[in-house]
Design a protein around this ligand. Structure first.
Ligand SMILES: [Zn+2]
Length: 422
């Protein structure tokens, strides 16, 4: 859904007589919209666009899921596939190999490593199976080269350092499988650091000793350190130890939405001073503090009640549950944050640290999704909103990819590893 609509025939009919009567203001207000749309269309096509965080492999792992099919996000929960990436004119995507935090004994770490490795294989296979549309990317320069070739560049990010266990050699292993960033933690503390959302609170007081080694190894390899999800203390520890800039691949501004997953102004300022970039998350509850809605809560409670404990559900029942949950989401779509709310975060970061330290990491297929940009096909609405607010093409190019790719390049250059062809 576009926030700006092209001039309708009715509007034209009204204007022409008005023009004859020299009703200048009406003409101006109607003329403004198509101009903005044309500008936004042109800019959106011109600039390279990359989303730095999509949990699409979670969908790809589902039986019967085909990246070549166009899915209805409200019925299937899927927010990214090839037809919709093409509709959104996306040029590059960090597909995320994600694993939630689990038990931390050595057998569980081995199992996590195996599971994570499977996700990498899944991504490689999907790119190979769709070689006419997608190409695997490892270096910043690949984005433009692949876009020039008419394809979409697929980079890999690894979400959660949990599968490293306490084995530092695993950093190199996942780098060689194509990971260009590691999100150090997810929802719970791990061997590397504290999470911003562990229900039991911090345990290391920031980075652990092993975590410090991980940061050094990532610096050595020229790998991006993703500070999304980690605790505030861990963030400051990483910033102090890392010899390269750091990135937040999917984090918003806490000043606008008070959630521990978001970055405070002080964190954003220090990250920018260090040359890094914040990729704004489009997960509604991180963009705008949810307004309590008793009807929605009652519907959700009834759904949970009728299905019973999640861990006892069969795969089939889990799919049914998911489908019912999507219906509730759609019913209360109006409660979601909007593109305008999202761009408020971009504005805030720009006002705080300038145009060079902000980008887009929507967290699609991982909880992200705005009322008027619910899947990857609708990303032009972000460009339209930026144009409406007066951002130039140069600024929009920085937001959509320039800033992130610059930081990616700098981090990679500062490492000592040459990229091996896979
Ligand atoms: Zn995440």
């Amino acid at each position: 859904m576009n926030t700006l609509k092209p001039l309708t025939p009715i509007c034209k009919k009204l204007i022409l007589p008005a023009l004859a009567l020299a009703a200048g203001t009406l003409l101006l207000s109607c003329k403004k919209e198509p101009d903005l749309m044309e500008i936004a269309d042109r800019i959106h096509s011109n600039v390279l666009k990359i989303d730095t965080h999509a949990d699409t492999p979670l969908q790809m792992a589902r039986p019967g899921f085909d990246l070549r099919d166009e899915h209805d996000p409200w019925k299937t929960g899927s927010q990214v596939d090839i037809p919709r990436m093409e509709k959104g004119e996306l040029n590059g995507l960090f597909m995320v190999a994600y694993l939630g935090q689990g038990p931390r004994d050595s057998a569980s770490h081995v199992a996590a490593d195996e599971k994570m490795t499977e996700y990498f294989k899944l991504i490689h296979q999907a790119v190979a199976d769709n070689g006419d549309k997608l190409a695997f990317a490892q270096e910043p320069k690949d984005l433009k080269a692949i876009a020039d070739d008419g394809k979409i560049a697929i980079f890999i990010g690894m979400e959660n350092g949990y599968p490293l266990g306490t084995d530092i050699s695993k950093v190199r292993k996942f780098y060689d499988l194509g990971a260009r960033y590691i999100t150090l933690s997810h929802g719970g503390n791990n061997e590397i650091c504290d999470s911003s959302t562990d229900p039991n609170g911090p345990e290391h007081g920031g980075l652990s000793e092993f975590g410090k080694e991980v940061v050094k190894e990532m610096n050595r390899l020229g790998m991006m350190i993703d500070v999304s999800h980690i605790s505030d203390d861990a963030f400051y520890d990483v910033l102090e130890i890392s010899t390269a800039p750091i990135v937040a691949t999917h984090s918003s501004a806490r000043a606008l939405c008070d959630h521990p997953r978001n970055l405070t102004d002080d964190m954003i300022i220090k990250l920018a001073k260090n040359g890094g970039v914040v990729q704004v998350n489009a997960l509604s509850a991180y963009v705008k503090t949810p307004v309590p809605n008793p009807d929605r809560e009652a519907d959700m409670a009834a759904l949970r009640e009728s299905f019973g404990p999640m861990q006892e559900l069969t795969d089939e029942r889990r799919d049914e549950y998911r489908a019912e949950m999507m219906k509730i989401r759609e019913k209360y779509k109006a409660d979601l944050a909007t593109v305008a709310d999202y761009v408020d975060h971009i504005d805030h970061i720009v006002n705080l640290v300038g145009i060079d330290h902000v980008g887009i990491g929507m967290d699609l297929d991982g909880g992200g999704g705005l009322a008027d940009c619910y899947d990857i096909s609708e990303i032009k609405n972000i460009t339209i909103e930026l144009v409406k607010r007066g951002y130039t093409e140069e600024a929009i190019a920085k937001i959509w990819s320039g800033n992130f790719m610059r930081v990616f390049e700098e981090i990679m250059q500062s490492g000592s590893t040459s990229v091996r062809p896979l």
